[in-house]
Design a protein around this ligand. Structure first.
Ligand code: FE2
Ligand code: FE2
Length: 472
């Protein structure tokens, strides 16, 4: 990464967040209210040094994503609500871009926030905002490009909202468990029910969300991803809602024992010593203890305790914790073990910076079929992810390169692909193609030739997967 890119890349979400807070506060109070003054000052505190480093800061809304100086603002559950709020406010004004050119004074920034809020009373808010910002030397605005809110985009926003909501609920659950308080699992159960509802309508999009992995907080996202992938397997096994709900809760809680592992071990970047490994390997048993200490024990929680204990025990009885007179692991544990390994292998964690490409992770699972993993469940999982899982980078017979966006369960070798490099070798964005499309003779327009390693081409797959899109 270019060093000069670092400030904006790392602070992009903060600047959007602080602008959202300033707008929100100014919608409630007068501009001279202390809360508004503090919010504008907080925004300036971030904007001023960034503007000095970058000369100008351009905030642009494209589809559902904000870009700051062309760097896509990363989605985090922590900021999601404010980012989503600001995107909605931009759309309501048909505002597409906001540029801070050089230094902006307090009165200019405060004037802009006021104009942003008050322009809604005008017949054409964008026009009013544009007239008012023209008086401000350091601020420019531009209109919204491609105002498009079709059914696909609506569904995508709904899926994102539910996904981040699940991550937030996981964060509060883990925080309570870490403090030693009783876990309130009622909210987790409600989240699992909403995920089940969404899986029935928008399964592809939810599975797509699990592949983005462009996030800072591995633990929470990992639990939600394992939940979604496990539910997808459970549905293919024909489980009813009650069973699915217990499976989802067990999956979300499978690593809860890690709250008892010291941060020095959990976040260690180098290899573990033998002693540290032993500590790490205690998380399944610590999980049982944490779950059994929760406010209310019911069948779902008892099942979760079993899963926590068993999720690192392989199909042949090896793994940890060591078991004597081993019978057979629970069906839930077998499902969650597959989802857990797949998500862990394909994620960048503190001790494995470079994740495995999803097709390689899938091959590793497949090779462990019957030894490490239940063979019948592996078959289901491979059918679910397809031979080209979401996030896998492929070369097409048209010499285009792309990233698999959505699976096509009926035709696994013909998923929907986001083109990243066109046939002339140029980088492109926001172009989705459906590989099941044919010409008038019935011949396929595009076919995958082989998978390729994104690292060789310096491509960050997560960045593409997180973007808004349109099927060409
Ligand atoms: Fe684990
Ligand atoms: Fe895990």
């Amino acid at each position: 990464m270019n060093r000069q890119d670092r400030p904006v890349l790392y602070e992009a979400k903060d600047i959007i967040n602080r602008l959202a807070i300033a707008v929100k506060t100014a919608q409630t109070y007068n501009m001279d209210n202390q809360a508004v003054v503090r919010a504008v000052e907080a925004l300036l505190q971030l904007q001023a040094p960034l503007c000095q480093a970058e000369e100008r800061i351009g905030i642009e809304l494209l589809g559902e994503c904000f870009y700051v100086n062309a760097a896509r603002v990363r989605h985090t559950a922590q900021y999601y609500k404010n980012i989503d709020f600001l995107a909605g406010e931009f759309r309501r004004r048909e505002l597409g871009s906001l540029v801070f050119c050089g230094g902006v004074s307090f009165s200019e920034m405060s004037g802009f926030v006021h104009a942003f809020v008050s322009c809604m009373s005008a017949e054409i808010p964008y026009q009013r905002l544009s007239e008012e910002t023209e008086q401000m030397g350091g601020i420019e605005i531009g209109p919204l490009k491609q105002v498009r809110q079709d059914a696909h985009a609506d569904a995508r926003s709904m899926v994102r909202r539910s996904y981040f909501n699940a991550v937030s609920s996981m964060r509060s659950l883990v925080t309570r468990a870490r403090d030693g308080s009783h876990m309130h699992v009622r909210k987790t159960k409600a989240v699992v029910h909403s995920l089940i509802d969404l899986m029935m309508k928008e399964e592809k999009m939810l599975i797509h969300m699990t592949a983005i992995k462009d996030y800072d907080e591995y633990t929470y996202y990992h639990s939600v991803n394992v939940g979604i992938l496990s539910l997808a397997i459970g549905m293919r096994l024909g489980m009813g809602r009650k069973q699915l709900s217990e499976l989802g809760v067990s999956a979300m809680l499978h690593d809860i024992g890690k709250v008892r592992i010291p941060d020095s071990v959990l976040n260690k970047t180098g290899p573990f010593t033998d002693a540290e490994w032993e500590v790490m390997k205690s998380h399944p048993v610590e999980g049982v203890d944490t779950i059994l200490g929760s406010e209310k024990l019911d069948p779902a929680m008892l099942r979760s305790a079993i899963v926590s204990f068993e999720h690192h025990i392989y199909y042949d009885g090896s793994g940890y914790p060591p078991v004597k007179d081993w019978l057979k692991t629970d069906l839930f544990s077998n499902i969650i073990s597959i989802a857990d390994h797949f998500d862990a292998m394909t994620s960048a964690r503190v001790y494995t910076r470079v994740p495995k490409p999803p097709e390689l992770a899938l091959r590793i699972l497949f090779e462990g079929s019957g030894i490490d993993f239940d063979p019948a469940l592996i078959k289901i999982f491979v059918r679910l992810t397809g031979c080209f899982p979401v996030g896998c980078m492929v070369l097409l017979d048209t010499r285009e390169m792309g990233v698999v966006f959505y699976i096509n369960e009926a035709l696994p070798e013909r998923p929907i692909v986001g083109i990243v490099i066109d046939s002339d070798g140029e980088r492109v964005r926001n172009r989705l193609v459906d590989l099941s499309e044919t010409d008038e003779t019935g011949a396929y327009l595009r076919t995958i030739k082989r998978t390729i390693d994104p690292f060789r081409y310096g491509i960050n797959v997560a960045e593409y997967l997180g973007e808004a899109d349109e099927v060409a």
